[in-house]
Write a protein that binds this ligand. Structure first.
Ligand SMILES: NC(=O)c1ccc[n+]([C@@H]2O[C@H](COP(=O)([O-])OP(=O)(O)OC[C@H]3O[C@@H](n4cnc5c(N)ncnc54)[C@H](O)[C@@H]3O)[C@@H](O)[C@H]2O)c1
Length: 321
């Protein structure tokens, strides 16, 4: 197509295709952040008739105001997802008050399994980012079911848990969240392992800035961060920060940023764990997980990590993959 003398480049270089499965709170917000950052064109899929179509159209109509050209399509089937570069899977049930992530295990395993089958049949080279809970078990299931290499099946949890920790640290010290880095390892659940020694404000470990009792209180609040929001919302769970976290992964991958981020990644002996997805720092680039970063843990930290990995393994074993 010609506009004046200039040929539109997208004819030759199409934008990356991002599929988001599940057009609920996390999925729709992830689609929103993806197009606002112009990371690619978005296909939004959900089983509820009309919801993905309506949300995709509404979001497309925010484009002229926000200034993005990404194309958005909503669908109840998978044909439009063909040849996706990246697929964010948020389909499933969210936690209700009093419900643990583990309660969701069997129902969401059924949903995620069928979603993965549909995606794999049409996008053999895609990178899968799992969001559905219980996260670590769902990513292990998606990996097995897809037959994809471990580098192309990744779970989102650590970025969210770290973002929560960073928020609490910044508020406590009255500094910009941008100055705060934090590391949270382990499974996404009550056994997650925040690492204060590796959490810093402008490079200074928080262990030099806050007393131990204060850090312990922030760590506890981080570990209960999801439940705190569920208790407020009552009819759903957190979605702004989860969606932002998933999109940070999408961006790191599509832009080949080689960004070090905590994600649920497959461990093959690293941190003393073999054959299991657990939250660890990884390098994310265009090939997905390009490296698992091993950091030195103290005996206490390693013990907490082992406990967390054991909780993940117990859950995964229930799935009999
Ligand atoms: N990993 C994390 O850190 C994290 C954070 C937040 C939420 N979550 C999880 O993400 C999931 C989604 O949360 P939410 O708040 O968006 O829930 P939601 O209920 O708002 O949305 C889920 C959507 O999935 C759809 N769905 C159900 N079965 C489907 C199927 N077979 N195919 C396609 N779509 C299907 C539903 O119709 C619904 O629209 C939940 O499992 C939640 O626990 C994980």
């Amino acid at each position: 197509m010609q506009v004046g003398k200039a040929e539109i480049l997208s004819v030759h270089f199409p934008r990356p295709k991002i599929t988001v499965v599940g057009a609920g709170n996390v999925g729709a917000t992830a689609a929103q952040y993806a197009v606002e950052k112009e990371l690619g064109d978005v296909v939004l899929v959900d089983v509820i008739e009309g919801i993905p179509q309506g949300k995709a159209l509404d979001l497309a109509q925010a484009g002229p105001v926000h200034g993005y050209d990404s194309a958005l399509v909503g669908a109840n089937g998978y044909d439009d997802t063909a040849n996706s570069d990246i697929v964010v899977i948020t389909a499933g049930l969210a936690r209700k008050p009093g419900m643990t992530r583990d309660d969701l295990l069997f129902k969401n395993a059924e949903i995620v399994g069928s979603v993965v089958d549909q995606i794999v049949a049409r996008s053999r080279n895609a990178i899968l980012i799992l969001v559905t809970n219980p996260l670590d078990a769902m990513v292990q299931l998606a990996w097995k079911r897809s037959g994809f290499p471990t580098s192309r099946v990744i779970g989102m949890a650590g970025i969210l848990d770290s973002a929560r920790f960073r928020t609490f640290i910044a508020r406590e010290l009255n500094v910009s969240v941008e100055n705060v880095t934090a590391f949270v390892l382990g499974g996404h659940g009550d056994t997650m392992v925040p690492l204060p020694r590796y959490s810093t404000v402008a490079g200074i470990p928080i262990t030099e800035l806050l007393p131990k009792e204060k850090i312990d209180a922030l760590v506890t609040r981080t570990a209960n961060g999801g439940a705190e929001i569920v208790n407020f919302l009552k009819t759903g769970s957190a979605y702004y920060a989860p969606a932002a976290s998933a999109i940070e992964m999408v961006e790191a991958i599509l832009k080949d940023k080689k960004k070090i981020l905590p994600c649920a990644a497959y461990l093959d002996g690293q941190y003393g764990v073999k054959g299991l997805y657990v939250g660890v720092p990884v390098k994310l680039g265009r090939r997905g997980v390009e490296q698992v970063i091993e950091i030195t843990l103290t005996a206490d930290e390693q013990a907490a990590f082992n406990k967390s990995a054991a909780a993940v393994r117990e859950l995964v074993e229930k799935l009999k993959l």
